[in-house]
Design a protein around this ligand. Structure first.
Ligand SMILES: NC(=O)c1ccc[n+]([C@@H]2O[C@H](COP(=O)([O-])OP(=O)(O)OC[C@H]3O[C@@H](n4cnc5c(N)ncnc54)[C@H](OP(=O)(O)O)[C@@H]3O)[C@@H](O)[C@H]2O)c1
Length: 219
């Protein structure tokens, strides 16, 4: 499968590397075609992938994974181009972190809006599925780093897109479909993005980013 990974940070690296490892055709997108970070990643996978601009990658991918900096994701997706994204599934991973006042970060928006919704509003022809943003990138691509059952949350307006993403997350990374909780429409991204406030505090207490939560239903 041809997959676009937008973003050259640690999330883009982790996801793109895993997808190359399992023999998918991957293009990593950046603001510039030959970014240092992109070239470094390409070297790390032995040249078995491609790098390009956000637009090059979005045009290449049958499915697009948005791992861009959340505060700048709209800018990155505008560079990717509505025409290149039209009709495609966009797995939207970024959290809209505001680090301007130091740690712990807050969110550039919350409560009544979310990055997932902003992306869906700006690109109405794109099948946006918010996913993976509640776990560290190592856990995203290797859920068994955390023992036992633990959960991932997805949301979006397109039921078929969410079914496909659930299948892909199982096939690519090994998430059990029973542990992927569909929260409903894209407004539920408010909940998964606001989980960041708890996530960073758990990180501080636990001293490792490799943890997750499991929701247990009562009687
Ligand atoms: N780290 C984790 O484990 C984790 C877990 C869950 C969610 N997240 C979220 O995942 C996202 C990616 O995180 P990350 O640490 O891998 O990367 P990041 O440093 O937050 O973002 C890197 C990417 O954002 C692009 N970017 C930065 N400023 C931009 C601008 N002004 N316009 C357009 N593009 C811009 C960069 O483009 P260039 O390539 O051109 O530099 C780069 O590709 C973040 O929203 C983060 O909150 C992270």
């Amino acid at each position: 499968m041809k997959i676009a990974v937008l973003g050259t940070g640690m999330v883009g690296n982790a996801i793109a590397t895993k997808l190359v490892d399992i023999d998918h055709q991957v293009m990593m997108g950046s603001r510039t075609a030959y970014s240092d970070a992109g070239q470094e990643w390409l070297g790390s996978v032995g040249g078995k992938a491609r790098i390009g601009t956000f637009a090059d990658a979005a045009a290449f991918g049958e499915i697009v994974i948005d791992c861009t900096n959340g505060a700048n994701s709209l800018a990155a997706l505008r560079q990717a181009g509505a025409t290149n994204l039209r009709g495609k599934i966009l797995i939207q991973v970024g959290n809209p972190l505001d680090t301007s006042k130091g740690m712990p970060p807050s969110l550039t928006m919350c409560n009544t809006d979310s990055l997932g919704e902003q992306v869906q509003r700006e690109f109405p022809d794109v099948r946006v599925v918010k996913a993976l943003n509640t776990v560290n990138c190592d856990v995203m691509v290797e859920p068994s780093r955390v023992p036992g059952d633990h959960d991932l949350f997805i949301c979006g307006n397109d039921a078929a897109a969410k079914r496909e993403v659930t299948g892909r997350l199982s096939e690519w990374f090994g998430w059990k479909s029973a542990n992927i909780v569909d929260l409903g429409d894209i407004t539920n991204a408010r909940g998964t993005e606001m989980f960041l406030a708890l996530w960073v505090r758990l990180w501080g207490v636990l001293g490792t980013p490799h943890f997750n939560i499991h929701v247990i239903r009562g009687r």
